[in-house]
Design a binder for this molecule. Structure first.
Ligand code: NDP
Length: 340
């Protein structure tokens, strides 16, 4: 007691009804990411409330911020994080408060607390930190399905991976090498070429300085490639097609430079009976079995050192706008993380 007042112990933030978060009320540029106080969510039936410890920033967050991918307003962006369960909703039997979990694919992670369906939460094993888990879930499982399922990389194949020093690119390069491929990558700077080499790339190509399709022809002695992994989109699509040998596959999995314009399918015949696919992670982790299998592989490879993460860009949550600016202006390498 002091005077007539009782001094109460500070409330644990986990029990406060409010939280700090990034909210988007109008879609647009990085300035649309506003750091503010909002109501803390409560877990509904089948859900868990998680105290967020690390948030993964992904290019898809840019598409949501711009409104290219629609969401009802206002919303909290972000769809990858790791943290500790603080409360579970009715019917949740597989998790309890205190469990360490990671997840991706549910909007609302740019915040101190987030809710997610318990069915989409993956336990983080010993030996893997929350930052590593948040850094590896989305890009790691993406690299996993691209290399093992969309096109199953065979030993001895030569493959091309665009944006080889990006978050997904570095992980996909490591997996392709692990599967026995010879890896060509594209990168915009010499510094990024070095990072790509360290991840295992045999030949990083500076696609801002040379014609990468001509380089691929030279390196493969005009044979072409069985597969090109293209996340850059608009500025690389046409040349990516010309890198393939007959019946090769263009895996268009992103649009960092912009959306590919409409395309006449008859051209695939003239170019050598090519395949083009536009895959999405959600379809490769749709079942609990697929989600568990991919996440288990990623966490195991992180824990045993098979997979190396580069996490050189960590920002406080309030600086999410700067993180987006850096990601979009090609200033980042590897994974970008926000911390509440
Ligand atoms: P990255 O870390 O790869 O960042 C994007 C990189 O793209 C840049 O660093 C840059 O590398 C390259 N780039 C080329 N042209 C441009 C441009 N005009 N503007 C900006 N960047 C450009 O990001 P992520 O790993 O998070 O994502 C990579 C891509 O993969 C995104 O398009 C994303 O949407 C997609 N993706 C798709 C998934 C799916 O399942 N379909 C899942 C996960 C990601 P450089 O400077 O070397 O050119």
């Amino acid at each position: 007691m002091t005077g007539n007042y009782t001094v109460l112990p500070p409330l644990q933030s986990a029990y406060m009804p409010f939280m700090q978060a990034i909210q988007i009320t109008t879609t647009g540029g990085p300035e649309a990411l506003v750091y503010t106080q909002v109501a803390r969510p409560s877990p509904k039936r089948g859900e868990a409330l998680i105290a967020v410890e690390a948030i993964g920033v992904n290019f898809i967050d840019v598409y949501f911020r711009e409104g290219r991918y629609p969401s009802s307003l206002p919303f909290i962006p972000g769809q990858e994080a790791a943290g500790t369960v603080v409360e579970v909703g009715e019917g949740v039997t597989t998790l309890k408060p205190g469990d360490r979990v990671a997840w991706c694919g549910t909007l609302g992670t740019y915040a101190e607390f987030a809710v997610a369906s318990s069915a989409r939460l993956v336990s983080i094993p010993e030996g893997v930190t929350s930052v590593q888990a948040a850094a590896a879930m989305l890009q790691g499982m993406t690299a996993h399905y691209l290399a093992h399922a969309t096109h199953t990389i065979q030993p001895g194949e030569t493959v091309l991976i665009h944006a080889g020093a990006g978050g997904t690119g570095l992980l996909l390069t490591q997996m392709a090498r692990k599967l026995g491929a010879r890896v060509l990558t594209t990168v915009s700077t010499e510094e990024k070429a070095q990072l790509s080499r360290e991840a295992g790339a045999d030949e990083p190509i500076l696609y801002t300085q040379v014609d990468f399709a001509a380089e691929v022809k030279r390196i493969t002695e005009n044979k072409g490639l069985p597969v090109v992994y293209d996340s850059v989109g608009k500025s690389t699509f046409e040349q990516s097609l010309s890198c393939l040998h007959p019946r090769g596959m263009l895996v268009l999995f992103g649009a960092s430079s912009g959306a590919v314009p409409p395309f006449d399918l008859i051209r695939l015949s003239a170019l050598g009976s090519l395949y083009v696919t536009r895959p999405s992670l959600k379809d490769y982790i749709a079942t609990p079995e697929d989600l568990s299998a991919r996440a288990t592989d990623i966490f195991r490879w992180l824990a045993d050192g098979t997979l190396n993460l580069r996490i050189e860009h960590t920002y406080p949550l309030k600086d999410a706008a700067q993180a987006h600016r850096d990601l979009e202006s090609r200033n980042t390498t590897g994974k970008v993380i926000l911390q509440p």
